[in-house]
Design a protein around this ligand. Sequence first.
Ligand code: NDP
Length: 246
Amino acid sequence: MTTPVPGHHHRVAVITGASSGIGAATARALHAGGYRVALLARRTDRINAIAAELGAGALPIAADVTDRPSLVHAAARVREMFGPADVLVNNAGTMLLGPFSSERRDDYRRMIGVNLLGAITATEVFLDQLTDGEGDLINISSVAGRTARATNGVYAATKWGMNGWSESLRQELLPTVRVTLIEPGVVDTELPTHITHDATRANVQKGYDAASVKPDEVAEIIAFALARPRHLSINEILLRPTTQTA
Ligand code: NDP
């Protein structure tokens, strides 16, 4: 994609964390549904490959949600190439579980920086574009935004935080922007592979191997919510593999 797309015939969706998992699946699903999609992530090799596979209407942009200037640059690039974004999917996230300990203080800062502050920053940066027409904000939270368990405290804190912030924004931004909170249970992605605490990583991986839903199945739900007529807003969706208990 080197030339701007004229006109406003397609809705424009920006997806953070589009290089893998739920974000990549959402980019594919929305592109298939006729959206122009901007794929934001740090791993440019991955987003370049996905955009090349999708072809016209897919724009990879290097961006780190913890680096505000990179988001400001991404916002300018989206506007230049596609026009203002209609949809922002706050999906970038990391799940660094483990027993609470000073040893994992860097993990705590990373999770709060990416999952919570990253979503807040991407939203304030893209907000003028979303409010330009009929906007949608999709916040990817988690079952961990509704239930806390031993060893997931700070991850849960980021997702509980997102839930509160998201509900507040829903009230502030209606009816111009619809805000939808998605709370998945176990989804088959690379998310658990980044856990730094070895025993926890092995244990969580067992749970992921036992039962999960596919990223495409979550993406389908996001596409469904976005496709509702403007007078209907799906505020919140909690989903799990059927056999997941907590
Ligand atoms: P993945 O690890 O596959 O995807 C995470 C994405 O976040 C990657 O594309 C990664 O891109 C991006 N990311 C991480 N750090 C940053 C950063 N600093 N700046 C920009 N992007 C970043 O996992 P999932 O697809 O599973 O996770 C997506 C979201 O879904 C997360 O918010 C997660 O909490 C949530 N979720 C996942 C569940 C699951 O079971 N898988 C369950 C419930 C919620 P890159 O590294 O290239 O920057």
